[in-house]
Write a protein that binds this ligand. Sequence first.
Ligand SMILES: Nc1nc2c(ncn2[C@@H]2O[C@H](COP(=O)(O)OP(=O)(O)OP(=O)(O)O)[C@@H](O)[C@H]2O)c(=O)[nH]1
Ligand SMILES: [Mg+2]
Length: 193
Amino acid sequence: MFKDARFITSLPRYGDFPGRGLPQLAVCGRSNVGKSSLINNLCRKHGLAKTSGTPGKTRLINVFLIDNAFHLIDLPGYGYAKVSKREQESWGKMMNDYFSQAETLRLALHLVDIRHEPSAQDREMNAFLYQTGLPFQVVATKADKLSRAQRQRHLMPIARALAVQPWEIIAYSSQTGEGREALIQAIEKRLDS
Ligand SMILES: Nc1nc2c(ncn2[C@@H]2O[C@H](COP(=O)(O)OP(=O)(O)OP(=O)(O)O)[C@@H](O)[C@H]2O)c(=O)[nH]1
Ligand SMILES: [Mg+2]
């Protein structure tokens, strides 16, 4: 899995996407949490998804085709402080549209930074995912920034805030590739079922 990855399109509205039908995997999370980096690391392709030190880089829904078998959807991040009320609303609408129209979505990856307790918006995202009834996988990003001992300690409050078990969370580093195999297994399980 993730042998071949191609960028397909950037969409301001999911309704515009003509390539429906294939199963989908979506990546969501706060701005700057490492969504695009994770996609690049999963696909082992630098620069496939644009990454940036400046939060709020991905404002569009980016679609990638993986192994000619499924679409990977890079959703725009939330929680970027310098965003106007209006932009926040348009973000919310974009997400609602996406989740209500993506009939072939099999799994959402919800990324949170392993170093921080989930924010109010992380919890909202989590509540939204529970509400949709969609299977989701919590991924704790930037695991390389903590020692192994620290990681275990940080996973507890994240698990509590997002109503999952600590061992269900995958600690991931896009720098070292840690967690890649575990995540691919979780994705395979969902796409095969
Ligand atoms: N140390 C470390 N840094 C990371 C990791 N993943 C991402 N980063 C850094 O975090 C910053 C943001 O990464 P992106 O992948 O662009 O984040 P994003 O979630 O796509 O951000 P938006 O598109 O703005 O929503 C970049 O400076 C990355 O280099 C990681 O696993 N480890
Ligand atoms: Mg991005």
